[in-house]
Design a protein around this ligand. Structure first.
Ligand code: SD4
Length: 346
């Protein structure tokens, strides 16, 4: 365990030292034309990728890999941002969003679903067993229960405590982005980009895209959404084209950060379409970030958004608004690296 940690640490340091166009040389060379490969958002993507590799490494299908991969943070109660243990909404209810997409353009999604630990698997069932793409709220829960999912309490004592803490200061009224607490709480009023909504202190999503040995792409995205959101709020993560998009001819992309701004530019679809036009994964992600900055320059200064993309050749890249976003890339059992996303605001 310790040596694995050291390896990661070294890999991350190496990434900083060998950075080539934002992509560490080692990761870039592995990424070029390399398959299978799996990439996913944030540091907790490393553990998720390992589970995905359990499928990809045996020649399995990317769809099965991404589902297995994102199960890890969904079930991890210490991860207060995805699935079980995720921070609740303003009413203290844990509501989850997830979607999945395969190499054939099939997709499934659930939004604002409660009481189900693995919303990604409900999304997959929606894709495979219904004529629909998306089920929400009670309907999604009803469908899950009918399909054998167990009803559980997802609010852990820790996340309930955090919510009650938040309630002490928060007025209960629909102020957009009241979750923007980045200047409070830690004894400082200094600007800290890590505390921007959607950044490391308040990131809520794992987006994972993979290319399997057969050369097929799939993706999954799952989240508890922005902490202390309004009840019923749905972000980008379960919206096909916004939080996730896969086109097996071209590539796949996923997004993290403040979903409202990602939805506005249909971010993941935009990234894939840019790759279709010949942009590299990183350049496509950058262009999508620039689109957000152009549309809402003032807003862009106050929030975090990151895009992550993988193309059909196994090349990968990311770009975000502010420092603090990283993604995990895995191309073998011990070949895993955390890569810092390049960012727009210096
Ligand atoms: C949402 N995009 O619900 C998600 C949250 C997230 O980093 O990714 N935060 O808007």
């Amino acid at each position: 365990m310790k040596s694995r940690r050291n390896f990661l640490k070294t890999a991350a340091l190496g990434a900083a030292a060998l950075s080539l166009d934002g992509i560490p040389a080692a990761a870039a060379s592995r990424g070029k034309g390399r398959k299978p490969i799996v990439v996913s958002t944030w540091d907790f993507g490393i553990a998720a990728n390992r589970a995905a590799w359990g499928v990809l490494g045996k020649g399995g299908r990317a769809l099965d890999a991404v589902e297995a991969g994102v199960h890890v943070p969904e079930a991890d109660e210490k991860n207060v941002t995805v699935g079980y243990g995720g921070y609740p909404d303003r009413d203290g209810r844990v509501t989850l969003d997830a979607c999945i997409m395969d190499e054939f353009g099939n997709c499934g999604s659930v939004a604002a679903i409660e009481h189900i630990k693995h919303p990604i698997s409900v999304a997959r069932k929606v894709m495979e067993k219904t004529p629909h793409v998306m089920l929400v709220g009670d309907g999604a829960l009803q469908f899950a229960l009918e399909n054998g999912f167990r009803k559980e309490n997802l609010l852990t004592p820790e996340s309930e405590k955090a919510w009650k803490e938040w309630l002490k200061k928060a007025e209960y009224k629909p102020v957009i982005n009241i979750e923007n607490q980045q200047y409070e709480g830690k004894g400082t009023t200094a600007f800290n980009p890590l505390r921007l909504p959607g950044n490391a202190w308040n990131h809520d999503t794992i987006g994972m895209v993979a290319l399997d040995a057969a050369g097929n792409l799939s993706g999954a995205c799952t989240t508890s959404g922005m902490a202390f959101k309004m009840h019923g709020r749905v972000g980008d993560s379960p919206i096909i084209g916004a939080g996730l998009y896969v086109d097996n001819e071209i590539g796949a992309a996923t997004a993290t950060g403040v979903g409202e701004e990602v939805i506005r530019v249909v971010g993941s679809f935009l990234v894939v379409e840019l790759m279709r036009q010949g942009y590299s994964p990183e350049a496509a992600c950058k262009e999508a970030v620039l689109r957000i900055v152009k549309k809402k320059p003032a807003k862009a200064k106050e929030i975090q958004i990151g895009f992550l993309a993988l193309n059909k050749k196994g090349e990968h890249g990311a770009y975000c608004l502010h420092p603090g976003f990283s993604y995990a890339c895995t191309t073998g059992e011990k070949e895993e690296v955390l890569i810092k996303g390049k960012y727009y605001f210096q």
